[in-house]
Design a protein around this ligand. Structure first.
Ligand code: UDX
Length: 423
């Protein structure tokens, strides 16, 4: 078993900390946010993430994990993982100041021959900057990007498709890979810079794929084709793959928008622009607007003073994260056209940035609604019986941006039902 420090206990850091502790390692979770440290020490997770609190409670009970704000508590750790945020600068580039500041602190804390593992998503050659700041020839730097999805972070931690370890020291790269004790994952040994790009390229490719999916949905709607059948048939080609082929209101979250913009900026700086990334970002804005156009068309061409019931605020189901949520982008557009919004989300109970009513019950959100718009694919929305709400709405119109609901059931209850990708 190894002694592991996790610097930064956010979505990635916390999943990694409880994941490693569950695998039997001794883990120290370091965070500057003392309230977060207190909460975690008491067994409470600051984030909504499936199974985190279960694993947290078990690891605390077995004394396999502690949390602290004091870097000196990690001085005897063999492996120190940087899981710090790399937020987007105004120009789209990644802000790596949390990483560089942490490196400055770590230089006097890291034990002899420790391994510093950069898990955060960082622009190319960040590892070189960290190396210079550390100025410790005994410390190996390993780039080990994460591929955790919010809502399935622990599932992805324990069952990775691949574990990428990039570094000069092959021996240390193997030791980092071994920490995961994964029997099935492909271990990719490479250099630091390639490991940094693997993360950006993977996320950007997925974003481009989704932008294309939403454009095929738009095109199919201009014909009498059904994009869902088109996309299903496409996915049977192993080179395309069946996942990530669902049309939606556009893609979002804390990673895709940030990573696509960061890669775009990094490539531009090297004078090798990647125009597909510009196109994917622009296409994604059109995906948000396309849902608004559907609602507007269903309501006779104007949203002014119309009451819209929005189902879903999180950027996807099974998370409480509204950062860069497509649902929020669509709501902003609806409001800009004069609509009044009553929203419901099973987990998100307030949106400070928006002048909207967030209802505690879904039934309250449909009262007097001119249209219901489904923006996040929460499974519980499928349980709503249309016959129960058809007396509450002003107009019986549903725009299902996620193709989530049972179309026939809603049509049989007298609703106009508009899906995504077909007429
Ligand atoms: C993503 C990557 O998947 C993960 O590997 C990386 O580590 C972090 O970024 P995440 O941001 O949690 O994970 O979200 P993801 O599940 O990838 O979904 C991203 C967006 O695409 C969401 O808005 C989701 O609703 C949307 N999406 C996804 C679709 O619209 N259709 C799909 O078929 C799949």
């Amino acid at each position: 078993m190894a002694k592991i420090a996790i610097i930064g206990t956010g979505y990635v850091g916390l999943a990694s900390a409880v994941g490693f502790a569950h695998l039997g390692h001794d883990v120290v979770g370091i965070d500057i946010d003392k309230s977060k440290v207190e909460k975690l020490t008491s067994g409470k997770s600051p984030i909504f993430e499936k199974d985190v609190e279960i694993y947290l409670a078990q690891s605390l009970a077995k004394n396999k994990i502690i949390f602290s704000s004091d870097y000196s508590d990690m001085k005897d750790c063999d492996f120190v993982f940087m899981c710090l945020p790399t937020p987007q600068n105004d120009d789209g580039s990644a802000d790596i100041n949390y990483i560089l500041d942490s490196a400055k602190t770590l230089t006097n804390q890291l034990k002899e021959n420790a391994t510093l593992v950069i898990k955060s998503t960082v622009p190319v050659n960040t590892w070189k900057k960290v190396t210079e700041i550390l100025n410790r020839t005994d410390v190996s730097i390993i780039s080990n990007p994460e591929f955790l999805r919010e809502g399935t972070a622990l599932e992805d931690f324990f069952n990775p498709d691949r574990i990428v370890v990039g570094g000069i020291s092959e021996e240390k790269a193997h030791l980092v890979a071994d920490l995961y004790k994964s029997k099935d994952a492909v271990i990719v040994f490479t250099d630091n810079t390639s490991a940094e790009i693997i993360k950006y390229a993977s996320n950007s490719f997925l974003a481009i794929k989704l932008s294309f999916v939403n454009e095929i949905a738009a095109y199919a709607e201009s014909t009498d084709a059904n994009a869902l059948e088109v996309l299903n048939a496409m996915g049977l080609d192993k080179r395309i793959g069946k996942d990530f082929l669902k049309p939606g209101p556009g893609w979002g979250g804390m990673c895709f928008p940030k990573d696509v913009s960061a890669l775009k900026e990094s490539a531009r700086e090297k004078n090798v622009p990647i125009p597909l990334l510009d196109a994917a970002l622009e296409s994604n804005l059109k995906a948000h607007a396309r849902i608004v156009s559907k609602v507007k068309k269903a309501l006779g061409g104007s949203l002014k003073d119309k009451n819209i019931s929005v189902w879903g605020l999180a950027f996807k189901a099974n998370t409480d994260d509204i950062r860069f949520s497509p649902a929020i982008s669509v709501i902003e557009l609806l409001i800009s056209e004069g609509a009044q919004i009553k929203a419901f989300d099973p987990v998100v109970k307030q949106v400070k940035e928006l002048a909207i009513e967030v209802k505690s019950e879904i039934i309250q959100s449909v009262e007097n609604a001119d249209a219901i718009v489904v923006l996040t694919e929460w499974q519980e929305f499928k349980l709503v019986e249309p016959s129960l709400i058809d007396k509450l709405v002003k107009q019986k119109i549903v725009v299902d941006a996620r193709n989530l609901l049972d179309k026939e059931k809603w049509i049989n209850s007298g609703f106009m039902f508009i899906g995504n990708g077909y007429n």
